[in-house]
Ligand binder design. Structure first.
Ligand SMILES: Cc1ncc(COP(=O)(O)O)c(C=O)c1O
Length: 448
């Protein structure tokens, strides 16, 4: 692949003239159309997509059933606003969501437009339900780009100049466990739970804490998986102190971890949860789900918005859920996750600068660090790998506070041949880049 062509260059030039630079741009890639697990750019080059629009396209690009549902709904009802008139797709989607994602015996839902908006609303619900102000979140966490969700987000590069941030947000270390530390997982969980208990005495009083919000697998943070022992302990602490436990499943939901919800792997039910990305099959829609007694402790009129649960987006989400079922994407995620993981483990055994391979279901990542030492993150090599892969027709994105992690968010519906071709490219590029890096370092250390 020869890089960006003339049509792509023109569009990028037009973008630079009118789109402000704060809207980050990872590369000069363009997109004209997409199908299944591939994207074609304006100049006719086709890329295997391992980014999935940042975890949105689990069902595959332009799934025909999803597109048909969007067309049908668009011809019938585009918008009324749920506050003005009740329409079938909103209610049908909430019925489906509470059926597949029960939070105990009685579950209720509300619909919004983006992950950040779902997080905002979950916090508003928790605060009203408890009458308390404080929220506890975690290092490495990502919850969106509105002001409250930016406050909850950890990585400082996403927050430059955006303060003052929302008050009453407290951050604790995420229970980070790399694969080499699995023997110590109980110890790490105990240590971090003890730290939380201490924080409820020396940082913010338990009876001031409305909610604890956590990603069970950190998305932007680099696919760290919270240990079950820790998550069970978190549930106990929340029950003991009347704190609302919120799982942010925006990136982990809808088959990404081989279940509807990552929390199904844990046997722990949250009080509230947030959903977006792959729920809409490509249209903007998100949800807050929760135990009815918490969801209903909220004053009418304090939640919602003009577009939340737009009929066309609801129809897309309902078709997406049907397709996840009929294409058996949870099982496919399990299989593709194993395939990605074993490829990454094989790569890790052949180079010196892989610090970890980790993940859950099809949410698998490989972390790069000098000499494999996590204390020396190597974001530079990851940038080179991503650029080289794009040149060869594979689209990838990074993750991690130091952008030193390659995360796979390919559509779960990707054809196995595309998945394997993408992994072949990635493997060749990593081996080539890592051997160049090793040669350069050896030359530098000998002064050559
Ligand atoms: C876990 C998590 N929460 C919230 C968000 C914010 O979602 P959105 O970009 O749709 O606002 C993201 C986005 O990456 C996310 O990964």
């Amino acid at each position: 692949m020869s890089g960006i062509g003339s049509k792509g260059s023109d569009l990028i030039r037009r973008r630079e003239r009118v789109v402000c630079r704060g809207v980050g741009q990872l590369s000069n890639m363009t997109a004209a159309r997409a199908s299944g697990g591939t994207i074609t750019d304006l100049d006719g080059n086709t890329f295997i997509d391992f980014a999935g629009g940042i975890g949105v396209m689990n069902v595959g690009h332009c799934d025909p059933e999803v597109v048909a549902a969007i067309r049908d709904q668009a011809g019938a009802l585009l918008h009324t606003c749920i506050h003005v008139a009740t329409y079938e797709p909103y209610v049908a989607l909430c019925e489906k969501l509470v059926e597949i994602l029960p939070h105990g015996p009685n579950t209720k839902a509300m619909l919004t437009n983006s992950g950040a908006e779902a997080v905002e609303n979950a916090i508003k619900i928790a605060r009203q339900a408890t009458g308390r102000p404080a929220v506890i979140c975690f290092t490495g966490g990502f919850h969106g780009r509105t002001l409250l969700s930016t406050t909850l987000t950890s990585k400082v590069n996403y927050k430059i100049g955006c303060g003052p941030f929302a008050p009453e947000v407290y951050r604790l270390p995420y229970p980070v466990v790399r694969s080499g530390q699995q023997d110590d997982v109980v110890g790490i969980s105990k240590r971090e739970l003890a730290r939380l208990r201490l924080a409820l005495r020396d940082t913010v009083a338990a009876n001031c804490v409305a909610a604890i919000i956590i990603e069970l697998v950190q998305g932007e943070g680099g696919f760290f998986v919270a240990p079950p022992e820790y998550v069970r302990g978190l549930r106990d602490i929340c029950d003991e102190f009347g704190i609302v436990l919120i799982f942010d499943e925006v990136q982990t939901g809808f088959a990404r971890t081989s279940r509807w919800a990552a929390f199904e792997h844990y046997g722990v039910t949250p009080d509230l949860s947030t959903w977006a990305k792959s729920m809409g099959g490509g249209l903007p829609i998100s949800a807050v789900l929760g135990k009815s007694d918490i969801m209903d402790r909220v004053a009418p009129g304090t939640l919602g918005g003009t577009y939340g649960g737009n009929p066309v987006a609801c129809a897309a989400a309902l078709a997406t859920i049907r397709q996840i079922q009929s294409l058996d994407l949870n099982r496919r995620a399990e299989q593709s996750g194993q395939s990605i993981r074993s490829r990454f483990e094989s790569i890790a055994s052949r180079v010196t600068n892989v610090a970890d391979v980790r993940g859950l279901g099809a949410m698998v990542a490989i972390e790069f660090a000098e000499g494999g030492d996590p204390a020396k993150p190597d974001g530079a090599v990851v940038k080179h790998i991503i650029d080289d892969c794009r040149e060869r027709g594979l689209l990838l994105i990074a993750a991690g506070i130091d952008s030193n992690v390659i995360r796979i968010l390919a559509p779960i519906a990707i054809a196995d041949s595309d998945l394997q071709s993408g992994l072949d490219i990635l493997e060749e590029v990593i081996l080539a880049r890592c051997s160049q890096t090793a040669t350069a370092r050896a030359a530098a250390s000998t002064g050559a």
